[in-house]
Design a binder for this molecule. Structure first.
Ligand code: THU
Ligand code: ZN
Length: 295
């Protein structure tokens, strides 16, 4: 566990600190809290559901990697299964600011990577920016999503985003997070390519059909996958490399541990993520090899 997470847990009010430490120290801890563990934390702390989520935000924010702003944003997304997923903002030195990941995108992608197909609510330590409100409007069940901020009543996403522009304006009714498979496959592939193909098959790209996915292999051999998440307003789209970096960050693996990266994308599309992925990796570390497969 990284020092910032440990510190944030220690700083929680008693007896939440001890109970959360026990959860986070378990070898299988993966920056999520099961519905059952959350219920135990609730009865033990005496906090309401919303107050407990708000109390846990500093732990989510402790995953932030923000060398440019030093502004630490944390988010906790709750999937329909009841599991809670931590997320935090990520900034990358040496590339444009639009490569940044917002805490909301991190928590939402985290839930997606681990199999959630819709969300109940999201809790954030700052008011979500316009870009995040738009990003969340792409979600399966966006019309029912509750947004919880500290010292506020929960409000629906659409009360934060009145008169929303969204997928239906472009004739799309396939939302982000809904299970899908685009039927991409290749022969004679290795585990890293397979992981990238799987991610590409889960990607959300209804506006370009650029189904794409990234897989990162770290120095210990662990693989982290990322699916592309497109947005009706185009610019808030989240690249597949970012989603894989979110997975890695929340698994507590540092970016310097990246050994190699694979990008798989649909060959028949109007856009490509090749240049963007190359540029980002170049900035992270020019020695990281990138393999590429267009299928
Ligand atoms: N940030 C978020 O993570 N969510 C928001 O909605 C507001 C902004 C992050 C992005 C960037 O890393 C830092 O805060 C400063 O904008
Ligand atoms: Zn934002």
């Amino acid at each position: 566990m990284r020092a910032s997470v440990l510190e944030a847990i220690h700083a929680l009010p008693a007896p939440l600190n001890e109970a959360m430490l026990e959860i986070a120290k378990a070898p299988q801890f993966d920056a999520t809290i099961s519905a059952d563990a959350f219920d135990s934390l609730k009865s033990l702390s005496g906090l309401s559901d919303a107050d407990l989520r708000v109390a846990l935000l500093p732990v989510a924010a402790a995953y932030s990697v923000a060398p440019i702003s030093t502004f630490y944003v944390g988010a906790i997304a709750r999937g329909n299964s009841g599991r809670l997923y931590f997320g935090a903002n990520m900034e990358f030195e040496g590339v444009q600011l639009n490569q940044s990941v917002h805490a909301e995108q991190s928590a939402i992608s985290h839930a997606w990577i681990k199999g959630e197909t819709s969300l109940k609510d999201i809790t954030i330590n700052y008011s979500p920016c316009g870009h995040c409100r738009q990003f969340m409007n792409e979600l399966n069940g966006a019309e029912h999503l509750e947004v919880q901020l500290p010292q506020r009543e929960a409000q629906s996403l659409h009360s934060y985003l009145p008169e929303p522009f969204g997928p239906s304006d472009l004739g799309i009714n396939e939302p982000l997070l809904a299970a899908k498979s685009h039927g991409l496959s290749a022969e004679d592939t290795c585990p890293l390519t397979n992981a990238a193909i799987l991610a590409a098959n889960m990607s959300h790209a209804p506006y370009t059909n650029n189904f794409c996915g990234v897989a990162i292999r770290d120095k210990s051999g662990q693989i982290f996958s990322g699916m592309y998440a497109e947005n009706a307003a185009f610019n808030p789209s989240l690249p597949p490399l970012q989603v894989a970096l979110i997975a890695m960050n929340l698994a507590d693996v540092a970016q310097k541990e990246i050994e190699e990266v694979m990008l798989v994308e649909n060959a028949n599309s109007s856009i490509s993520y090749l240049q963007d992925t190359q540029g980002m990796l170049e900035a992270l570390n020019p020695d990281i090899p990138l393999s590429y497969l267009a299928i």
